[in-house]
Design a protein around this ligand. Structure first.
Ligand code: FES
Length: 250
């Protein structure tokens, strides 16, 4: 039989034991109030549930007006980046047992909140689009595939892992103060093509990134690397791009 524990009880509950998690969620609804506010919910969950499951518990059983984005629930689509206990994380990748007995959930910073945990992602995607994040090669269709050596592929392997969740960009204090800055995620996706031996548009991308909204806005705080749920070495990718611009070596 399931054992129910109150918030604050011991945190070594069995994986299938029902525990109570106190959730403090930052709310915002411009149709109701001009300013954001905090709501608290106590939800029944299991220690191995994710914070996304706990948010579903709130939405489905406590307050159906709670607004959040999510899709795959498996760390692939990048929809549910949010500030969990003050750190940018994917809600589907954080376990209840790692935050018990309480958790604070807020929208990611630096983008305009639209409702509750949903922010306006357009400035983020505008930065992404500005770096031409796709393969460009106008040399005509080859007869065979464009081959790469393992070393050439390795050069940009890390930056292929981005899922565009915005956790890196919205952890960056430069981006918080300047939405014009393309941000770490855009630079990561530029890196992915700049260092691809099959691509021919590296100079266009480096030109975009050498402008005042580009890579030299980075102050190397490493927040982006710490925030990335895919473990991408974001700061290192940014440094690669800076060096490519400064020393024309790429
Ligand atoms: S819901 Fe897709 S990454 Fe979390």
């Amino acid at each position: 039989m399931a054992v129910t524990r109150e918030p604050g009880d011991r945190t070594d509950a069995a994986p299938d034991e029902t525990v109570q998690l106190l959730m403090r969620i930052r709310r915002y609804n411009p149709e109701l109030r001009a300013d954001p506010w905090w709501d608290e919910f106590t939800v029944d969950v299991e220690p191995t549930d994710r914070i996304l499951d706990a948010l579903h518990e709130v939405k489905w059983h406590h307050d159906g007006t709670l607004a959040l984005r999510r899709s795959c629930a498996h760390g692939i689509c990048g929809s549910d980046a949010m500030l969990i206990n003050g750190v940018n994380r994917l809600a589907c990748k954080v376990l209840v047992k790692d935050v018990m007995p309480k958790v604070t959930v807020e929208p990611i910073r630096g983008l305009t909140p639209l409702k509750d945990l949903i922010v306006d992602m357009e400035p983020f995607f505008a930065g992404y689009r500005s770096v031409l994040p796709f393969l460009i090669n106008d040399e005509g269709e080859p007869d065979r595939e464009r081959k790469q050596s393992p070393e050439e592929r390795e050069r940009y392997d890390d930056t292929t892992k981005c899922i565009l969740c915005a956790a890196c960009t919205t952890s960056c204090p430069i981006f918080w103060g300047d939405e014009e800055y393309v941000g770490p995620a855009a630079i990561v996706n530029a890196h992915r093509f700049i260092f691809d031996s099959r691509d021919r548009a590296d100079r266009e991308r480096l030109k975009v990134l050498s402008e005042k909204t580009g890579v030299f806005r980075c102050r190397t705080t490493f927040n982006c690397t710490e925030a990335c749920p895919r473990g991408i070495k974001v700061t290192r990718a940014i440094q690669d791009v800076k060096r490519a611009i400064l020393f024309d070596r790429y």
